[in-house]
Design a protein. Sequence first.
Length: 138
Amino acid sequence: MRVVSLLAGVALVIVVAARSSQPIAASAAPDANIAYAASSSDSDGDLINGRKVFLRENCYGCHGIRAGGGMCPNLRDDPPDESDVEHAVTEGTETGMPSFRGRITEREIADLAAYIQSLRTVREPTFTHWWEPGTPTR
């Protein structure tokens, strides 16, 4: 009986794995043509590069991979504006965030702020491999 249960469990795992690896139908797939370029509300920041900076500088280690919080504040629910991002990045915070002055450029700060402002919107980039060449689709 245990062998039958084990085989049934293995078969179920194989079926689920096979079904999840099938491509999504075009009608169910997200629109690949959505522009993720910065809008005027992003203060000319680049969302994609902002996500790359967030990952490269290990911001996710404290703020969470999707910026939903962890041991540091949740940036998704009440995203800080660009001036708050710039201040926190260049000066650090009293609650333990170190200063990144000299590690992150002004351009990257604007990009990071644009990324944070995009959280919880359809424009939010969600890729996890910042080191890959090219522009991620999301």
